[in-house]
Design a protein around this ligand. Structure first.
Ligand code: SF4
Ligand code: SF4
Length: 203
């Protein structure tokens, strides 16, 4: 006959004194452990719209839509909880570290349409002053400018965007240019990389 090991005996005695390890959920509420990974939520204030979270998501649970309509451009990020595997990669690789955070929520079984199981955030884009194409979400530009500090003034587009956000530079109307039509003055505008290259070559 094999005797139980001391370690197993110790665990058995502990379980007898402390009660069962399992919880009585769903009859009684369950409080998960502190580091439990549950349903992720976007945090509007801290999300820049960079979409890094979507790129690292192994389950492709984060959808990115760039919508251009009536001279406006928006980036829409949607997390589909029915596809999410709660790995935490989005939070771990978030640009700001706080744009998407996993909560401790784990009970979201539903009889409703699974398409309802989602959370989303929308961010405005900065548009190129010469071709009106989206360059980068404005929240991401602001975040980069704050990180760079005085170095922001080494990049014309970033500098102008930052000054405009404080009302210290005039807002340009978009003046569309064809290739070869760029002027020297276009260099002092917010430009996408393609238009910046054309403006620099022209001048
Ligand atoms: S927790 Fe994992 S699967 Fe869920 S959205 Fe984040 S990266 Fe994707
Ligand atoms: S800031 Fe974070 S949450 Fe927002 S899009 Fe970028 S990686 Fe995703």
């Amino acid at each position: 006959m094999r005797y139980p090991k001391l370690r197993e005996l110790k665990e058995a005695i502990k379980a007898l004194l402390k009660g069962p390890y399992t919880s009585k959920f769903p009859c009684q509420p369950h409080q998960p452990y502190e580091r439990f990974r549950g349903r992720p939520y976007f945090h509007e204030e801290d999300c820049t719209g960079c979409a890094a979270c979507a790129q690292v998501c192994p389950a492709k649970a984060i959808e990115v839509e760039d919508i251009i309509q009536d001279g406006q451009a928006k980036r829409k990020l949607t997390i589909h909880w029915d596809i999410c595997i709660f790995c935490g990669q989005c939070q771990a690789n978030c640009l700001t570290g706080k744009g998407i955070i996993l909560s401790q929520e784990f009970a979201f079984a539903t009889t409703e349409n699974r398409q309802q199981l989602k959370d989303g955030v929308e961010k405005d884009f900065v548009l190129c002053d010469c071709c009106a194409q989206p360059i980068v979400p404005s929240a991401q530009y602001t975040w980069v400018a704050k990180r760079l500090g005085p170095l922001t003034f080494s990049n014309a587009s970033l500098m102008l965007f930052y000054l405009k956000s404080f009302g210290l530079a005039l807002k340009e109307n978009i003046s569309r240019r064809k290739e070869g039509d760029f002027l020297r003055s276009d260099r002092i505008k917010i430009l996408c990389p393609r238009c910046r290259r054309q403006a620099v070559i022209k001048s």
